[in-house]
Each structure stands twice: as C-alpha cells, then as structure tokens.
Design a protein around this ligand. Structure first.
Ligand code: NAD
Ligand code: UDP
Length: 315
C-alpha cells in the first residue's frame, strides 16, 4: 500500500443502476471497493469498465445470507427498485430488504463499519403531505402490491434505528426519490427508461392513468454525490434524509419533454393506472442542504439528453 491507507467499502447491489455509478465514483476516489450482487436485476456489464482497477473486486452473493468480510463502510443498495421487478417475486423482495438489512447491520456491528441504507420515497406511500419532509410518517397500504417494497424498506429503516439505539451502530438512512440516468435497463419498466426506449423505437409513449400524477427526477451523478456526502457526514447525522431533485413534473409533461428531446414523431397512449400508484411526489431537501451542503445540479433536460444518448447505444 506504500503507506496509503485505503478505506474498504462494500457496495451491495453494486452491479445495479445506481450501485454501478457509486462503485465507479468510489474507485475514482481511491477507495478499496467490494461490489456485491446476486445479479437479480444488475449485470456484470455495468461494472465491466472497473474490472481492471486494482482497487475493485466483484463478489456474487445474496444479501439474504450472512456475509463475512472486513470493511470500513457499507452502502446497502441491494434490492430491486422498479415496480415490475420488485413485484415479480414479492416474498423475495421483502426478504432482501429485511434479512438483507439484518445481515448487513450484523456485519457493521461486528466490524464497526459505518452503514448507509438506500431507503426510498416509497416509505411515504401515496403522501398526504406535499412536498414530503422527513418528519412525515407516510400513507402506505400494508397489503397492496407495492407493500413488499414499501413495507420492506420501512422495516429496514426500523432495523437501522434499532441497531443505532441498541448497539450504537453508525448508521445513515437516505430516502432516495426517483433517480434516472445511463445504465437503467431498457426493460426496467420505470417511466424514464420506458418513455425514452419507446420514443427511440418509434412507439407511442405509455402513460398510466391520465398522466396528472407527479414525480421529481434526480440525475444519477447528483444522487451518488448525495450518498457519498451522507457517508462522510458526522456520525451524529443519521438521517433519514431525502435525496432527490425537487423540480416536480406531471408524467404527461415528462412524456412531452421526452418526445421533444428525442425528436421522435410518436404519440401518447393511455393505459390504466396501477393499483396504489402515488399521485404526487416531491422531496423537501432542506435537511440535505443544511446538513450535507448538497443539492442536485443537473437540470432534467440535460440529464435526459445524456440518458437518451446512452439508450441510443443500447437499442
Ligand atoms: P437496480 O435494480 O438497478 O439495482 C439493485 C441491485 O441489487 C441489482 O444489481 C440487483 O441485482 C441487486 N440485488 C437485488 N436483490 C439482491 C440480493 N438479494 N442480494 C444481492 N444483490 C441483490 O435498482 P437501482 O435503481 O439501482 O436501486 C438501487 C437501490 O436504491 C435500491 O435499494 C432501491 O430501492 C434504491 N432506490 C432507488 C431509486 C431509483 O429511483 N432508482 C429510488 C429510491 C430508492
Ligand atoms: N408510468 C407511466 N408509464 C410508464 C411507466 C410508468 O405512466 O410506462 C408512471 C407510473 O404509473 C408512475 C410514474 O410513471 O405514476 C413513475 O413510475 P415509475 O415506475 O418510474 O416509479 P415509481 O412509481 O416507483 O415512482
């Protein structure tokens, strides 16, 4: 090591969309990175460019089983995030969130590592408070088709705070709002990838419901910066903290913007709104601004243009 001490950082779900960008940023920062994944939705191609780096290694493992490695920091991202993927095997989704959290928290307890949980705006469910602040407890249907994800993530937050109170584990909880960018899967099913892929293929864009529901879209590089800032923050700042871009769009506005940016001469098709689909979502990021000095800097137009360029190479 020539006298250089590198941090040993574990990224679970590291071969996924956000995880692969996070691994690249950590490798670039000089950390010793272990990327763990069971390839449920992630792919090795996402981290292929890192394979030759001496400070990167790839580990096939499922977080629902215990793991014994020596690390200083853990980013716990393992969990399918797209509704079609997390509803494919809902029991496994809950196991991944809950057993995965227990296993990774156990690892953090044994090693004394700091551990960050990739939680979600879905803990607010279909929110009655707008924009959402971290003090809002949410409005989640515990028995609906999204519950495997929403309640799994809520239980993971509970476990993180119980380990913090009971074992003084150094935790951080990020509530991530809709994030997009290169390396989303073309068949991911989320709105940004669906609309871009449909426009590039010359197909109509599929709007679920009447398109008046809202989301706020954060470019992946901004999000990764927020996760790393949270890990670096003092241990007294546990979160939960919202990370997202507070510029709110209706889904119809997003469709129109994608059509404009791709220059595709395609139309829009209305489809039924999925059950329990939240009607409005926008983060209040005051806490992140004040405590992490973080806010997104990539405009949605610019982020979408980069994402469109990526998908042009994929399809
Ligand atoms: P993704 O599906 O691309 O990545 C998830 C990764 O976890 C994949 O590589 C998958 O193979 C892996 N994984 C799933 N189950 C696993 C298991 N049991 N063991 C090991 N690996 C497993 O999704 P993403 O968008 O990159 O999301 C990453 C994290 O961020 C997730 O925890 C998600 O809940 C959270 N998040 C994402 C968003 C978003 O908009 N992208 C929003 C809120 C929260
Ligand atoms: N959506 C849509 N068309 C699509 C995919 C999604 O209108 O082809 C809608 C979906 O119903 C939701 C919003 O876009 O209201 C965001 O969906 P996504 O699956 O991206 O994320 P989430 O619902 O988890 O925020």
């Amino acid at each position: 090591m020539n006298g250089i001490t590198r941090k040993r950082v574990l990224v679970t779900g590291g071969a996924g969309f956000i995880g692969s960008h996070l691994c690249a940023a950590l490798v670039e920062a000089g950390d010793d990175v272990i990327c763990l994944d069971n390839y449920f939705t992630g792919v090795k191609d996402n981290v292929a460019a890192l394979m030759d780096a001496p400070n990167f290694e790839l580990l096939r493992h499922d977080v629902t089983f215990p793991l014994y490695v020596e690390v200083d920091e853990i980013y716990n991202l393992a969990c399918p995030a797209s509704p079609i993927h997390y509803q494919y095997d809902p029991v496994q989704t809950t196991k991944t969130s809950v057993h995965g959290a227990i296993n990774m928290l156990g690892l953090a307890k044994r090693t004394g590592a700091k551990i960050l949980q990739a939680s979600t705006s879905e803990v607010y469910g279909d929110p009655a408070v707008h924009p959402q602040t971290e003090s809002y407890w949410g409005n989640v249907n515990p028995i609906g088709p999204r519950a495997c994800y929403d309640e799994g993530k809520r239980c993971a937050e509970t476990l993180f705070f119980d380990y913090y109170r009971q074992h003084q584990t150094k935790i951080r909880v990020a509530r991530i709002f809709n994030t997009y960018g290169p390396r989303m899967r073309a068949d991911d099913g989320r709105v940004v990838s669906n609309f871009i892929v449909q426009a590039l293929r010359g197909e109509s864009l599929t709007i679920y419901g009447n398109g008046s529901q809202t989301r706020s879209f954060c470019y992946v590089d901004d999000l990764v910066g927020g996760l790393m800032a949270l890990m670096k923050a003092p241990d007294s700042f546990t979160g939960p903290v919202n990370l997202g871009n507070p510029v709110e769009f209706t889904i119809r506005q997003l469709a129109e913007l994608v059509i404009e940016l791709t220059g595709a001469g395609v139309g829009i098709e209305d489809h039924p709104l999925p059950e329990d689909d939240p009607m409005q979502r926008c983060p209040d990021i005051t806490l992140a601004k004040n405590n992490l000095g973080w806010q997104p800097s990539v405009q949605v137009r610019d982020g979408l243009a980069k994402t469109i360029d990526y998908f042009k190479t994929q399809i």
